[in-house]
Design a protein around this ligand. Structure first.
Ligand code: M6R
Length: 610
C-alpha cells in the first residue's frame, strides 16, 4: 500500500529517496513527501499527487541537496482524503521529529483526544499524525526511546521511519504487521517497505520482523525488540537484479509482465517438474512423504487473483488427487471458526506475501494447530516467513497492480502440487508423464498466444467503448472467467462479471443486449457442447460473443462474432493458456480508454490493511 524509504549515508539523500519513491509508487500513490535533517533542522517537502509532482515542486529547492539523511513516503489514503496536510511525513507540534507510517493505528481517536487535551494541535486527519505527536511528546534527545514508548501505546499495524531535527546521525525504523526491509550498503543504510527501492543500491538486506526496532546510523545498525532486547538479524542476499524494475521498452509494466510469462512459468517449474517420473518435487513444503500421504483435506486461503488461482487448484486437486478442497476468501476465513483437524493442510496463496487478510488467516489457522504452507512470490515476505514451509513462484517482481504473471505461476505451482499429491494416490505413472509433458510444453504455447497481441488489440478496439461485459466459463475455466472480469474491472474501470456459463440463465441473462458483450471460454473439453449452447443463448438475445477456443475449432466460428484461438493442452492445464488472451484484452481496452494501467485508481499492489 503506502511506501516508505529512508536513507542515511555519505551520498545526497534527496535523489535517492525520490528515486526510491518512484520504485515504490506502484504500492500506493495519492500523495508523496520527503523529510530531511539539515543544519537548520527538518525540511519537509510534500503534497498530494504523484512522485513526479513532488519532483516538480522540489526542482529548485536548494536545501533539498547536500543532506545525507532523510525519510520519504508515498501514500494510499485511508484516514483523510489526499491533501497536503494528510500527506506524510508528519511532524510533531514542535517540529522536532518527522515520521512516515504505513499501516493503521486502530486506537488513534482515543490517543488523539488525549493529546488534544494536553494542548497538542493536529494539522491532519490521519491516524499517522497521532504517532508523530506521541513520539514528539516523548522525545528528549533519545529518538529510539521515544519511538519505543510511543509504539507501546498504539494498537494496530505499523511500519515507521522517524528522524529528529537535532540528530543527523540516526533513522529509527520499526514494524508490526507492515513490512520493512533494511538495505545494508557500503557506509550507508537504507530502509524501505519493499526491496524494489533498495535493490539498485545494495543486494544485502534484512527483513525486519514484527515488533522489531532498528536504529540506522552511518554504516551501522542496531536491532532490538520493541521491549529493548538485542537481536542479531540475518542478512539475506536479494536474488533479483535492478533491471527487473525497468519496463524494457514496453509501454507498461503490466504488458511487460504479460510477455514475461513464458519465462516465469518455466521458472516456476525449474528443478521441480520430474517429467520421466511423471511427478514433481517441492522440497520447500518441508513435509516428508508420509506426512503428505496422511493429508485428507486441503484448504486454500487467498484474496483477489490469488483466490482465483486457488479455485483452479480446487478443481485440480479434487479431480486428480481425490481429496476434498475448500477455497476460502482470507477475509472471511479469519473471522469464521474453520474446522481444522490433524489431517487438514492449509495453503495460503499470495503474490506479495503481505496481504493483511491472508496473513491474519494464516495466523488463525496456525493458532488452530494447522500446518500452514505458502505459495508466494516475494522472498522474505511476512507470509513466507510465518508459514511452516512453502513454494516460491520465482516470477520476479510484479510491479503492475493487476496481477498477471503471478497468476500463471501460481497455477503452475498448483499443477505441480497436484502431480506430487496425485502420484501418491490416483495418478498412474503414465498419466503423470502425460501431464508433466503437457506442462513442459506450456511456455512455448503461451509464446504462441502472445503473437496474437495485435489481433487482440483490434478486437479490444471494437469493444473499448462498451461499459458492461460478461465473462463465462465452466469447469477449469470458470475461475478464468472470474479472473478475466477482474482484470478488466481493475484497469479499465469497466463493469465486468465472471460467471459459470450455465449460471447465466439464472439471472445475468437478463442483462444481455447488443451493448453487453460476453467473453466466453469455449475450449474443447467435457463441457464444450454445453458452452456452445450458452453462446447461442447470448446470440438469441442480441449479445455478441468473443470466444476463446482451441486451434482448429471451426465450429465455434459459426456462433461467436470473434474467436481467439489458443493451442490445445490438457483441460486441467487450459487455464494457463486461456487466461493470456483475457489479460491482453483487458490491457488493450484499458489502454484505448486512456487509463492509468500500472497504477489504477483506488488500488494498491499489496493490500496491507484490513
Ligand atoms: O499479493 P496477493 O496475491 O495476496 O494479493 C491479493 C489481491 O490483493 C490481488 O490479487 C489483487 O486482487 C490484484 N490487484 C489482482 O490483479
Amino acid at each position: 500500500m503506502c511506501g516508505i524509504v529512508g536513507y542515511i549515508g555519505k551520498r545526497d539523500a534527496f535523489p535517492i529517496l525520490v528515486e526510491g519513491l518512484s520504485a515504490l509508487e506502484y504500492r500506493g500513490y495519492d500523495s508523496a513527501g520527503v523529510a530531511l535533517v539539515n543544519n537548520s533542522g527538518l525540511s519537509v517537502f510534500k503534497d498530494k499527487g504523484k512522485v513526479d509532482h513532488l519532483k516538480e515542486i522540489t526542482s529548485d529547492i536548494e536545501n533539498a541537496t547536500g543532506t545525507k539523511i532523510g525519510i520519504a513516503h508515498t501514500r494510499w489514503a485511508t484516514h483523510g482524503a489526499p491533501s497536503y496536510a494528510n500527506a506524510h511525513p508528519h511532524l510533531d507540534v514542535n517540529k522536532r521529529i518527522a515520521l512516515v507510517h504505513n499501516g493503521i493505528i486502530e486506537n488513534y481517536s482515543i490517543l488523539k483526544e488525549k493529546l488534544k487535551k494536553e494542548g497538542i494541535e493536529f494539522l491532519s486527519e490521519t491516524d499517522s499524525e497521532v504517532l508523530a505527536q506521541l513520539v514528539g511528546k516523548y522525545y528528549d534527545g533519545d529518538l529510539s526511546s521515544a519511538v519505543r514508548r510511543a509504539l507501546l501505546e498504539v494498537e494496530g499495524t505499523f511500519g515507521v521511519a522517524v528522524i529528529a531535527f537535532d540528530n543527523p546521525g540516526v533513522i529509527i525504523g520499526a514494524r508490526r504487521g507492515s513490512p520493512l526491509v533494511v538495505g545494508v550498503g557500503d557506509d550507508e543504510m537504507l530502509l524501505a517497505s519493499d526491496a524494489s527501492a533498495i535493490v539498485q543500491h545494495t543486494k544485502k538486506v534484512i527483513y525486519l520482523k514484527d515488533n522489531n526496532l532498528i536504529e540506522l546510523k552511518h554504516g551501522f545498525f542496531n536491532t532490538t525488540t520493541l521491549d529493548n532486547r538485542k537481536i542479531n538479524p540475518e542478512i539475506h542476499s536479494l536474488d533479483w537484479d535492478a533491471n527487473a524494475l525497468a519496463k524494457d521498452g514496453f509501454e507498461h509494466f503490466m504488458l511487460k509482465e504479460i510477455f514475461e510469462q513464458p519465462d516465469t512459468i518455466r521458472n516456476a517449474m525449474r528443478g521441480r517438474l520430474l517429467v520421466d517420473d511423471g511427478t514433481a518435487r517441492l522440497d520447500g513444503l518441508n513435509l516428508v512423504l508420509q506426512e503428505l500421504r496422511a493429508i485428507n483435506r486441503l484448504i486454500f486461503v487467498a484474496c483477489g487473483t490469488s483466490w482465483h488461482a486457488a479455485l483452479v487448484g480446487e478443481y485440480l486437486i479434487e479431480e486428480l488427487v481425490g481429496i476434498p478442497v475448500e477455497v476460502e476468501y482470507a477475509s472471511e476465513f479469519r473471522y469464521r471458526n474453520p474446522i481444522i483437524d490433524a489431517h487438514t493442510l492449509v495453503f495460503v496463496i499470495s503474490q506479495s506475501g503481505e496481504t493483511a487478510d491472508t496473513l491474519a488467516a494464516l495466523r488463525e489457522a496456525s493458532r488452530k494447530g494447522a500446518t500452514v504452507l505458502g505459495i508466494c512470490n516475494v522472498v522474505g515476505s511476512s507470509i513466507a516467513r510465518e508459514t511452516h514451509g512453502g513454494v516460491y513462484l520465482h516470477a520476479g517482481p510484479e510491479i503492475g497492480v493487476a496481477s498477471t504473471k503471478a497468476f500463471t505461476s501460481q497455477l503452475t505451482i498448483l499443477s505441480l502440487l497436484t502431480l506430487l499429491l496425485g502420484r501418491m494416490r490416483r495418478i498412474s505413472h503414465s498419466d503423470g508423464v502425460t501431464i508433466a509433458r503437457a506442462l513442459e510444453a506450456v511456455p512455448k504455447q503461451v509464446k504462441k498466444i502472445l503473437k496474437q497481441n495485435e489481433r487482440i488489440r483490434e478486437i479490444a478496439g471494437i469493444y473499448a467503448k462498451h461499459n458492461n461485459f460478461l465473462y463465462l466459463g465452466r469447469s477449469y475455466n470458470f475461475p478464468v472467467a472470474l479472473e478475466g472480469a477482474l482484470k478488466l474491472k481493475e484497469i479499465s474501470y469497466v463493469h465486468a462479471e465472471g460467471y459459470p456459463a450455465a449460471e447465466m440463465k439464472h439471472g445475468p441473462i437478463a442483462l444481455i443486449d447488443k451493448d453487453m458483450p460476453s467473453v466466453v471460454l469455449a475450449l474443447k473439453d467435457s463441457v464444450y457442447d454445453k458452452v456452445l449452447s450458452n453462446i447461442q443463448e447470448v446470440n438469441a438475445r442480441g449479445g455478441s460473443v468473443i470466444a476463446i477456443a482451441n486451434e482448429g475449432d471451426r465450429e465455434i466460428e459459426k456462433y461467436a462474432r470473434h474467436v481467439i484461438h489458443i493451442p490445445k493442452t490438457l483441460p486441467l492445464l487450459s487455464p494457463l493458456l486461456s487466461v493470456i488472451p483475457l489479460q491482453l484484452l483487458a490491457y488493450h481496452i484499458a489502454a484505448l480508454r486512456d487509463c492509468e494501467i500500472d497504477q489504477p485508481r483506488n488500488l494498491a499492489k499489496s493490500v496491507t490493511v484490513e
